[in-house]
Design a protein around this ligand. Structure first.
Ligand code: SF4
Length: 185
């Protein structure tokens, strides 16, 4: 079985899985803040340490030069190991990546436990090349025990407001993960 091709020397920043034709782009060197009990990253409760914007731009450009472009091309998964919408800074980096890759037409996945604001949802929707280009997963493993299992995440009722926001913003696919949120979990 072929191993993922690591595009940079930091696998948290970007890695290309040859087997599944899927690429992972991260925005954080470490930390998350959501502190899920089932998380695999080293410091899930720690604060996010974000990559400098320039590092992300550089990595994404390398990535764009090797992936298959277009609607039938490589699947792009954002933030496999942190919460993409944890802060204004992380959101800004995510929107920057989306601004570069969405015009390419590739399908894109983002997983979150945060409430995505109307403004950000609208920005993402406006970037879509076609309905359903972005799939925004909003996950919840437990409704009653989230404070124990996902102590840094908002209440499920808050997360689920993403459904309403997505619908009104024109993002057409917004399934709920029934298990874990992160791609490598
Ligand atoms: S599972 Fe995801 S959201 Fe939860 S702490 Fe880990 S990286 Fe953060």
């Amino acid at each position: 079985m072929p191993k993922p091709l690591v595009v940079t020397d930091d696998t948290r920043l970007v890695a290309y899985d040859l087997r599944t034709n899927r690429v992972f782009i991260g925005v954080a060197e470490s930390g998350c803040g959501t502190n899920c009990a089932y998380c695999y990253i080293p410091n899930p409760g720690g604060p996010q340490i974000l990559y400098p914007s320039q590092s992300i731009v550089w990595a994404v450009e390398k990535l764009v030069s090797i992936i298959q472009l277009g609607r039938e091309g490589t699947l792009i998964s954002l933030c496999p190991d942190t919460e993409p919408f944890k802060s204004q800074a992380s959101t800004s980096r995510v929107l920057s990546v989306l601004g570069r890759v969405m015009p390419l037409g590739n399908p894109i996945q983002i997983s979150t436990k945060e409430r995505v604001s109307d403004r950000v949802m609208g920005q993402i929707a406006a970037l879509q090349e076609y309905p359903g280009q972005v799939v925004l997963f909003t996950s919840c493993v437990t409704v009653s025990g989230y404070k124990l299992v996902e102590p840094g995440a908002p209440a499920p009722s808050v997360r689920f407001s993403n459904f309403t926001t997505a619908r009104s913003s024109g993002i057409t696919k917004l399934p709920v993960h029934e298990t874990a949120t992160c791609w490598r979990c």
